[in-house]
Design a protein around this ligand. Structure first.
Ligand code: GDP
Length: 445
């Protein structure tokens, strides 16, 4: 999905911060460096990355983090806020004219998704009770008018197209006539689909700019394919200088895109992203919300709360002790028991796991998770002798049978516990090193 790589890279970066208490300048630098790399690899424009990284760094080294109860959490919050900001800040809605018709002009390269978006927009507006008119001003591509006709029909919208021999070839005249027609027939919105080229060229810009001047649109929406890499910024700049636009439509966000265009365009041009297109169907479109997009990219879930809880449960002293024991390979079943009680302290395990991002599909497993598991584990360990707790290797068949009897469990339960203990030793090692626990049976998180 869009932003998949970027998302996992950023989440990974924050995971490494999670169990740290106070952050040193080196921690901050390391984190900012990781974020920088992740953004560049996602094709975000260099100037945007530089600006973003320096803002995050400055804030992360400042008082707001220094004085925060939970520095790691504060850093995640800063990254989130700065991300919302480069995505345009507040959500921006479509602006309508005081006196109808509202004129909306679409501009962008050929293949960017203009015609498809024209149909999507018409359908959306119709649902809201408007009566949009689609105007075919793309007279460049032989099939363009035809394509808009098909789209209009699917959207159930009216269309204004030049009749053969009557002004064909002059998109400016057609656009003007379209707006006039809308006024007469009481269409309250006009959507003008203009021509695109495969690359930016002067003639295209002049034509689009002439249409803009002739129709005085309330909105000029620049449609850009989210899959465009570093080029997106140059294209956007060229359109901004050549035609000018009031808002951006990101198309093809459903593709396997690295998302750089999306993250660059609003901040480079200073124009808000108003819509995101997410498929070929006419319903595959949504209003763009910078804050929601940022949370999606950061896979935020309730990651902030999680950081807080993890830090409370595994305080530094504890982690150090465990790390030392692990280093000397002295992590025993007694420590295991203690750690399970720590987990209990974190509150309901189920609730905690539910807060992890991406746990939606694991709902069934979560529902099956039984908190009493911890009590049963405790019973088994309490039935062991100190020597057995120190060294599970001496647990032969008759010892296991005795422990099972003593705790009221089966030998299979005892065997499972011993296996789980070994996995848990690995998990504690990860935690001690500042990573995320891989809870047995829950898969990698
Ligand atoms: P135009 O030349 O700018 O008018 O672009 P079109 O609207 O003709 O779109 C070009 C191609 O991209 C067509 O095959 C569309 O079906 C496809 N397309 C448009 N928008 C999207 C989108 O949001 N997602 C996907 N996957 N394809 C899209």
């Amino acid at each position: 999905a869009a932003f998949g790589d970027l998302s996992s890279r950023l989440t990974e970066t924050f995971r490494n911060l999670r169990t740290k208490g106070k952050l040193s300048a080196a921690d901050v630098d390391g984190t900012v460096r990781e974020i920088r790399r992740a953004l560049l690899d996602a094709d975000v424009a260099l100037e945007v990355v530089k600006d973003f990284a320096s803002k995050v760094r400055e804030r992360a080294l400042g008082d707001e983090v220094n004085k925060a109860l939970n520095p790691a959490q504060q850093v995640v919050q800063i990254v989130n806020e700065e991300l919302v900001s480069i995505l345009g800040g507040e959500q921006r809605r479509l602006q309508f004219a005081k006196t109808p018709p509202t004129v909306i002009m679409l501009a962008g390269l050929q293949g960017s998704g203009k015609t498809t978006f024209a149909g999507k927009l018409a359908k959306m507006l119709e649902k809201d009770g408007h009566t949009p008119l689609l105007v075919a001003a793309d007279l460049q591509r032989p099939n363009a008018v035809n394509q808009l006709q098909v789209v209009a029909e699917r959207a159930g919208a009216a269309i204004f197209a030049p009749e053969p021999g009557n002004g064909v070839g002059d998109p400016v005249k057609v656009s003007k006539a379209g707006v006039e027609y809308a006024r007469q027939k009481l269409h309250d919105i006009v959507i003008i689909d203009t021509a695109g080229r495969l690359g930016v060229d002067a003639e295209l810009m002049t034509q689009a700019s002439d249409i803009r001047r002739a129709t005085d649109p309330d909105e000029v929406l620049f449609v850009i394919d989210a899959m465009t890499g570093q080029d997106a910024v140059n294209t956007a700049r060229a359109f901004q200088e050549g035609v000018g636009f009031t808002g951006v439509v990101l198309s093809k966000l459903d593709g396997d895109t690295r998302g750089g265009a999306a993250l660059s365009v609003a901040s480079v041009t200073g124009r808000p992203i108003i819509f995101a297109s997410t498929g070929e169907g006419l319903d595959d479109v949504e209003a763009f919300h910078p804050d929601r997009m940022a949370s999606r990219i950061l896979d935020l879930g309730d990651i902030l709360t999680l950081i807080e809880q993890a830090q409370q449960a595994f305080d530094e002293e504890e982690a150090k002790k465990v790390a030392e024991k692990l280093a000397k390979e002295q992590f025993t079943l007694d420590d295991f028991l203690e750690q399970m009680q720590q987990l209990k302290k974190m509150g309901s395990m189920k609730k905690m796991l539910g807060m992890l991002p991406g746990m939606g599909q694991m709902k069934q497993q979560l529902d099956d998770f039984d908190e009493r598991e911890i009590d049963r584990t405790e019973a088994i360990i309490r039935s062991m002798t100190p020597a057995e707790r120190q060294n599970t290797k001496i647990l032969n068949g008759s010892r296991r049978a005795r422990i099972a009897r003593g705790s009221g469990m089966t030998v299979t339960d005892v065997n499972q516990l011993v296996n789980r203990f070994e996995q848990a030793a690995k998990m504690m090692k990860t935690v001690a090193r500042g990573g995320t626990p891989n809870i047995p049976g829950m898969g990698a998180m």
